[in-house]
Ligand binder design. Structure first.
Ligand SMILES: Nc1ncnc2c1ncn2[C@@H]1O[C@H](COP(=O)(O)OP(=O)(O)OP(=O)(O)O)[C@@H](O)[C@H]1O
Ligand SMILES: [Mg+2]
Length: 364
């Protein structure tokens, strides 16, 4: 049941050091409502697993508090937190069959044999492993073992589930099926999920909110569309989706626009996200799909620049074209494959354009 705006999981100024010297988690603040699906996304070593381990109770925070339903979790031993877990290398019990592995958390909770059977069956069907109930883990592939680990974490319908790259070992198709199954089930059962991945597509498609980690800090915590449309800094802009970057110096700041003089000499308008004064360096960020080759479509406010076509890649539903623009030669645009779409020939010079609102001036 929803608890209004009461936080279900809270990290309050949490820091973590393993060696007493280097902080691998730095001043982490995070508050999750019940039922939220939150993903921690970030490069290797950015502190994602460490955060999950602290929440699960296998590591303690060096500073700050972690609270579950308002209570500091230091007081609750890991096995009493009612947390389901699927970790990167979460081993199944080798001497038990698949069905016995799944029944184990239910036995511990003293559920009747009937209920156990029914829940085990449902969990197995959920991960498309219904016919494997009698096998032992050693008789399963790595991906199948991971699906059983997933089923075992969900079988007792815990309030909170922590998942650390649970789909990493699976092929693309099964991954996508399970992404859908996991989010669907979590929402249906009202389970709160903290999910860890370094796959940005997975993070965007599965989550209510995503926390983008870098070097032990959350760089941005937002919904998938906010992260993609309104990245707050250049790390997030580069990490989420494809992005073109032009560098220059802030020439003027007005209320909701700034003027940037690019290193190549052109002057463009941008949304001032991380600029504070005239004269400072900035990176202007533009998504490939926001660049228009039919510049007449854009109206009078658009920017247009000359571009040289370097490479044209046919990708079926879209065309991906690499251009030389404003002195850089890795400017990418994406255009939809439609009958009226202009075909771009390498070597030719074209006009490209975009609206100032699609162009963001971020930290240098
Ligand atoms: N038990 C440990 N003892 C000492 N240092 C550790 C320990 N576990 C992790 N670290 C260090 O803490 C930092 C964060 O590690 P963590 O495992 O949280 O990263 P991660 O974001 O999960 O990375 P990945 O995507 O590779 O799994 C790394 O620099 C790592 O080397
Ligand atoms: Mg990890």
């Amino acid at each position: 049941m929803a608890q209004g705006d009461d936080a279900f999981v809270e990290f309050d100024r949490v820091q973590k050091s393993y060696d007493g010297e280097n902080l691998v988690v730095k001043d982490l603040n995070l508050s999750m409502p019940k039922g939220e699906f939150l993903t921690m996304l970030g490069p290797s070593g950015s502190g994602k697993t460490t955060c999950l381990m602290m929440l699960a109770g296998f590591e303690t925070a060096t500073h700050g508090d972690i609270r579950l339903k308002g209570k500091p979790i230091n007081d609750i031993p890991p096995h009493k937190r009612g947390i389901g877990m699927v970790f990167q290398n979460y081993a199944l019990f080798p001497h038990m069959t698949v069905a016995e592995n799944l029944a184990f958390p239910l036995q511990v909770r003293k559920m009747s044999k009937d209920v156990q059977q029914q829940k085990v069956k449902r969990a197995l069907d959920m991960v498309q492993m219904g016919t494997f109930a009698g096998r032992r883990p050693s008789q399963l592939s790595g991906g199948q073992q991971q699906r059983i680990a997933l089923a075992r974490a969900l079988v007792f319908e815990p309030e909170l589930v922590l998942m650390d790259e649970p789909l990493g070992a699976l092929d693309k198709q099964l991954r996508e099926t399970l992404q859908f199954e996991i989010t669907d089930l979590a929402h249906k059962l009202g389970i709160t999920v903290v999910y860890v991945t370094h796959d940005q597509t997975e993070a965007l498609t599965m989550s209510d909110r995503v926390a983008v980690f870098e070097a032990g800090r959350i760089q941005q915590l937002a919904t998938p569309s906010q992260l993609y449309e309104e990245p707050q800094n250049s790390f997030v802009a580069q990490f989420i989706g494809e992005n073109n970057t032009l560098e220059g110096v802030v020439a003027e700041i007005r209320d909701d626009t700034c003027v940037v003089k690019l290193d190549s000499g052109e002057t463009i308008d941008a949304v001032p996200v991380n600029v504070s004064k005239v004269g400072e360096r900035t990176k202007v960020s533009i998504r490939p799909e926001r660049v228009e080759v039919d510049t007449k479509k854009l109206g009078p406010n658009a920017h247009t620049l000359k571009a040289e076509v370097l490479e044209f890649i046919y990708m079926g539903d879209i065309f991906r074209t690499r251009l030389r623009v404003a002195g850089i030669d890795d400017f990418v645009i994406k255009t939809r494959n439609s009958p009226d779409q202009v075909k771009l020939t390498p070597g030719s010079t074209i006009d490209i354009g975009w609206l100032p609102r699609d162009c963001r001036a971020l930290d240098a």
